[in-house]
Design a protein around this ligand. Sequence first.
Ligand code: UTP
Length: 295
Amino acid sequence: MTTTPRKIRKAVFPVAGLGTRFLPATKAVPKEMLTVVDKPVIQYAVEEAAEAGIEHFVFVTGRGKGAIEDHFDIAYELEATLKARGKTAEIAQLEATRPAAGAASFVRQQEPLGLGHAVWCARDIVGNEPFALALPDMLIHGPRGCFAQMMDVYARHGGNVIAVEEVPHEHVNRYGVVALAGDLGNATHRISGMVEKPKLEDAPSNLIVSGRYILQPEIFAKLETQKPGAGGEIQLTDAMIALMAGQDFFSYRFEGTTYDCGDKIGYLAANVALALARPDIAPKFRPVLEKLTRE
Ligand code: UTP
C-alpha cells in the first residue's frame, strides 16, 4: 500500500533515557544538555528539524529532565539583565533557540521502558498524522540537515522513511540493521526487513538505522501492543517490523557524518569535529589540538 504524502509538521524527541554511559555527568544534568562546542546536544536536533520545516517540537522527557524545558523557554531574568547591559548579540542567540509560543510540547515517560515506549508516550500530541522522530544523541553534521534530505525522499515516495548509514560489520550488533529490497535511486531503497541488535552472523547488512525517522501514525497502534524485546525494552524496531506488513518502508543513505553523543568517544569526536568546522573557533583550536596529539 502506498501512502499519499501528508505534510510532516511535528517532530518527536525522546529524551527520557537514563544516560548511564555518561555517569556521573548525567546524575543531575540530562545527557541531552551536555554541550558540543557551545550548544547542548538536543539543540542540534531541534535546529535540524526546524530547517526541514517542522512546526511543532514534542519532547518525551522524564524525571530530572527539567533543564531541557528551561532551555527552550524564556530565561526572563537573564534576558532582562542582558538587555539592560546592551548585549544584543547574546539576546539574539537566546531568541534563536526558542520555539514560537505553543510550538513545543513536553510529555513525560514515567519509567524508561525503552525507545518504543517513549515514542508511544507522544501519541496524543502527535495525533493521526505522520511525524518525524529524532534520537538527539545521534548528532548528524553535514552541509544540509538529515531531516531536510529525508523530506525530499518522503515527498517522492511517501510511506515511512528511515535514515541509514554503513558501519563496520563488527559493530552491527549495537544497532538496528535493515535488509534492502529494490534500489529506487537517489540513495533510496525499499526496506524488506529490520532487526534490532542482531548477532554478527545474523545481520542482513551493515546498514544501520541512524536515529532519524519519518513515520506514519499507525506505528502507535503497533507500539501499544508491543511486548519487551531486545534488552527487555519496548523496541521501536519491533513495532516498525509489524507495520512493514501493511506499509512501505524506505531507507535513505543521507549525506553527512553521524556522531553518537550517547557514547564517550562519539561525544568527544563531535566536539573536535564541530569545533574544527567553526570559522570562529578552528583557527585557535587547531594548533591546540595538534600540540595535544603530538604529545
Ligand atoms: P539510549 O539507549 O541511547 O539512551 O536511547 P539511554 O538509555 O539514556 O543511554 P544509556 O545506555 O543509559 O547511556 C536512545 C534514545 O532514546 C531515549 C534516550 O533518551 C535517547 O534519546 N530513550 C531511551 C527514552 O526516551 N526512553 C527510554 O526508555 C529509553
